[in-house]
Design a protein around this ligand. Sequence first.
Ligand SMILES: [Zn+2]
Ligand SMILES: [Zn+2]
Length: 340
Amino acid sequence: MRAIVFERRGALALIDRPEPAVGPKDVLVKPAAVGMCGTDVHVFDGEFEGTVYPLVPGHEATGEVVAVGTEVRALRPGDHVAVNPSTTCGECEFCLNGQQNICLKWNGLGVVAADGACQEFFAAPLANCYKLRPETDLYQAALIEPLACSIRGYDLLPRRMGQHYLIYGAGTMGLIMAQLAPRAGAASVTIVDLNSDRLKTASELGFDKIYTSADQAARAQWDVVIDCTGAIKAVEDGLTRVKPGGHFQNFGVAPADRTAAYSPFRVYRGEITINGSMAVHNSFGRAVEMFEAGAINPGPMISHSFTLEDYSKALDMFRAGSGRKLQIRPHDARSRVLLP
Ligand SMILES: [Zn+2]
Ligand SMILES: [Zn+2]
């Protein structure tokens, strides 16, 4: 079968190799769609701490179960699943404290040391596979993984009615965070992105306070500011716009070796809370429920799909910042433009 392999930092190949082995508690999945995100670019560029090459990328996947291990009872061939890519050691201080997402040996399928979904078939532990309703759109459901990360982000923010939210980034993460904000009590949601094409998606999703700089907004300060870009300038700008008593969240993934400047005096004087949110934590099952309940509008969010052969094209397009959510569909015969 065909598989995309990141052979080393900055080098990838489409190779032919045997189907993955299925352990007694594993499930073999035929992927329908695999979302591409900034993490994949960081992993390819060697900027994600801990990545072990060679590695098959792809951590935002849905698919159909085609085989199960000898001890698996909860799923069977034909079931549709969304796959939580996070696996943890279960033994370190953080795992034992119930903080598995900051496990010392945190391993994301397709991110650290276990193969992901950009291949014709991939194996995942049963515990990571969440059954979907048969009628759930398997392509759109590849947004469940980023939704699960977003729910984790909201778990770390206050739930207070009538707050004003400022979100940096109108990519997939920013748009999901923005769509969830009213459910967390937002009175208003402002979205900033340097790329005005991305703001068009925000507009299609019903947002009207959309700007290329927060300076253009009528408001000067916000209760909750969420960076969904990982860009240092956005983080630095966002920290200056938090209201006293407010919250700032580092949600986007910045390169591991970069630092940002902020005013410790302002944080002190205004009792500003800064937090970070890392991947999925007890939030995948809730993401499935919320996705199937229609909590986000996936239609305007996914713009292109690519075959395994065109993986590099998808990566180039992602880097160029064009398109919306890009997906790899390993069993498709051709790449497609899904939105004009
Ligand atoms: Zn991702
Ligand atoms: Zn651990």
